[in-house]
Design a protein around this ligand. Structure first.
Ligand code: GDP
Ligand code: MG
Length: 362
């Protein structure tokens, strides 16, 4: 499951977006002792393919993939370094920075004016500064430890952290460092904030909803996004939340009226999947049709572990058919008759849209 943390300056629309994504209510609970606290909510991933499969198999349960979102609780406004103390942010797979573009004189702006580019850079600076503190603290320790008990592993860690410091001091986020898988693993435990995939979520004025597709370029953010290895997407959080709370029919009519093809929920989730390179595979049957999310290039045995560790451990074979073939034939039996159900081993790289039945020994 993908886990995302919503970050941003005060009154940019984080909680509004959180409610849009998760349909959760903000209890307005004040964090105790002035410490940062998180609300966590779950969002069901909209998926046409799962709808088609459900129509085909008529199962007792339809289970979509889920994305977990964390929002800063209450009105606490904390700097980036505090995020590292809060597990749902520290352990997030991605950070979603909500940038305010809406103008509303009734909602105070922390910096006094609207400037998406300034805010995007300021937040990036905060993330990098928080990481730099962690890097320096660890380097200090390492130097002492290396004197006492030198080891190749500690030495490599020191080299990597020195490279990280260089990167941060040059004003570049850690996600721009390209590291070998072994080195990435060495640094993973630090959960560096500027190393996490970043999605800017531009929160537009209701009046600008028609130009939602060109908002990133108009806000002057293309260069920032490219240089920092980030991505961006636009929403109108307030009105989209109002629309999301309507019933199905009214909702469709409203979206069409505004010229929107997709809901804000669809757009933000799709952008998050693209950002992380996530794909979906499906399991089907009379009991349950279900969508699962995994990073691109995941081996079949690892994908099996997403369902249950026992299935990964006892992995024998994966029976795989592509979604397109299954829908075209109309049944698994017909796919089998045409030799379209493949038997794959544990190293098979699962493809987007694969419908899989894992065979395993218990
Ligand atoms: N006009 C307008 N107001 C918004 C929009 N998004 C949020 N707001 C308002 O801005 C205020 C702060 O929003 P909130 O989501 O609590 O911001 P947070 O501090 O980042 O969590 C609330 O009064 C929202 O209704 C928007 O897209 N347009
Ligand atoms: Mg809030």
């Amino acid at each position: 499951m993908l886990r995302a943390g919503l970050i941003g300056f005060p009154s940019t629309g984080k909680t509004t977006l959180f409610r849009l994504m998760t349909s959760a209510r903000d209890q307005g609970r004040s964090p105790h002792h002035g410490k940062l606290d998180a609300h966590v909510g779950v969002s069901r991933v909209p998926d046409d393919r799962l709808d088609r499969l459900t129509a085909l198999f008529n199962p007792r349960r339809r289970v979509p993939a889920t994305v977990e979102f964390a929002d800063v609780a209450g009105t606490a406004q904390a700097g980036a370094k505090d995020l590292l103390d809060v597990a749902p942010f520290r352990n997030a797979d991605a950070l979603l920075h909500v940038v305010r573009l809406f103008r509303d004189e009734h909602v105070a702006h922390a910096a006094g004016s609207i400037d998406a580019s300034r805010d995007a850079r300021a937040m990036e600076d905060e993330l990098m500064l928080a990481d730099l503190l962690v890097v320096e603290r660890r380097l200090e320790r390492l130097t002492k430890d290396l004197k006492k008990t030198p080891s190749a592993e500690l030495h490599r860690e020191e080299e990597l952290l020195a490279a990280a410091r260089g990167c941060l001091e040059a004003g570049r986020p850690l996600r721009s460092l390209s590291l070998a898988p072994d080195d990435l693993r060495r640094l993973r435990g630090f959960q560096f904030l500027s190393g996490k995939p970043l999605l800017l979520v531009l929160n537009l004025d209701e009046g600008e909803i028609a130009s939602i597709d060109t908002a990133v370029a108009s806000a002057g953010l293309s260069a920032f996004v490219e240089a920092g290895g980030a991505r961006a997407v636009a929403v109108c959080a307030k009105i989209e939340l109002e629309i999301a709370e309507l019933d199905e029919q009214d909702r469709r009519a409203f979206l069409a009226d505004l010229g929107l093809r997709e809901s804000g929920l669809d757009r933000v989730i799709q952008a998050s999947y693209d950002l992380l390179g996530y794909i979906s595979f499906f399991t089907v049957g009379e009991d349950e049709c279900r969508a699962w999310s995994i990073p691109r290039n995941t081996h079949a045995q690892v994908a099996a572990g997403e369902i249950h560790t026992d299935i990964a451990r006892g992995f024998i074979r994966a029976e795989v058919v592509s979604y397109d073939q299954l829908v075209a034939r109309g049944s698994l039996a017909a796919c089998r008759d045409h030799g379209e159900v493949r038997l794959e081993g544990k190293d098979y790289i699962v493809q987007d849209g694969d419908v899989i039945n894992f065979r395993f020994a218990t």
